[in-house]
Design a protein around this ligand. Structure first.
Ligand code: ZN
Length: 160
């Protein structure tokens, strides 16, 4: 059975950036299970898997515009240090949730100066080319419930 819209797909995957740094992997855990064709995974990976079959391996290089989008410099802002709790030890790399005009977002501290903190509201993988190494573990038809909910159910998928 080939991967196509309305199939539920389970994959083992390892994700690295172009420097070879591992960003994420399913190894040591459950495969990732998703409903194909509803953008449950990034568009570039969905395209790379379309038409492939159970047991196949797929290597995909996915540019930012098919992954988490370009890095937008306008989303990097300096905010006054006193907007943060005085006792907090703010260091680069810290992530926290912030309220923005577009709703809550995860932001990353990218710099700390004397009286200000630079935060980046881009997705942590914005602007990053992603290298996926995928093994297709299973492909099956979606159930009527899964199609109406718009996501996969069961092991590795969505639980109710
Ligand atoms: Zn559901």
């Amino acid at each position: 059975m080939q991967i196509a819209n309305q199939k539920v797909v389970s994959i083992d995957y390892t994700l690295t950036d172009p420097t070879g740094k591992m960003l994420d992997t399913s190894k040591g855990g459950e495969p990732l299970t998703y409903l194909h064709g509803v953008r449950g995974i990034i568009p570039g990976l969905e395209s790379a898997l379309t038409g492939k079959e159970k047991g196949s391996t797929v290597q995909a290089v996915i540019p930012p515009d098919q992954a988490y989008g370009p890095h937008d410099p306008k989303l990097v802002q300096a905010v006054p240090r006193d907007r943060f709790p005085a006792a907090a030890n703010i260091t680069p790399g810290m992530q926290f949730q912030a309220q923005t005009p577009d709703g809550p977002r995860i932001v990353t501290v990218v710099g700390v100066e004397n009286n200000s903190v630079s935060i980046d509201a881009n997705h942590p993988l914005a602007g990053v080319t992603l290298l996926f190494d995928v093994t297709i573990v299973d492909v099956r038809d979606a159930t009527a419930d899964e199609l109406s909910h718009g996501h996969a159910h069961g092991a590795g998928g969505h639980h109710h």
